[in-house]
Every structure is written in structure tokens, then in C-alpha cells.
Design a protein. Structure first.
Length: 65
């Protein structure tokens, strides 16, 4: 079995800590992106509904006259 030096073990632990920090930052960014996409999706759906409603009002007024 390979013997690990103290320096190698410290490097492994430091890399592990850096990985955990990067992972936490990535998860935070992913949550923010998800929230932004959810907001943007709702905005697009709302705009589509308003557009269709306006189109219906226009069509009803046009053909009722």
C-alpha cells in the first residue's frame, strides 16, 4: 500500500475544500438561474395571454360592427 506524505494529504484536503466551495457556489448560481428562468417564463406566458385577449377583443369588435 502506498504511503502518503503529510504534504500530499494536506493537498488532498485543500482540494476537497475548494471543490466543496465551488460546488456550493455552483448550486447557488443554479438556484438563481432557475428563479430567473421561472420569472421569465411567467412573463412570456402573461404576455401571450394578454396578446391573445387583445386579439380576441379586436376580432369581436371588428366582426360585430
Amino acid at each position: 500500500m502506498k504511503e502518503w506524505s503529510q504534504k500530499q494529504l494536506e493537498d488532498i484536503f485543500v482540494r476537497g475544500d475548494v471543490y466543496e466551495v465551488q460546488r456550493a457556489e455552483f448550486e447557488k448560481d443554479l438556484k438563481e438561474l432557475n428563479a430567473t428562468l421561472t420569472w421569465a417564463t411567467r412573463l412570456v406566458i402573461t404576455q401571450a395571454v394578454v396578446f391573445v385577449a387583445a386579439l380576441l377583443v379586436f376580432a369581436i369588435e371588428r366582426f360585430a360592427a
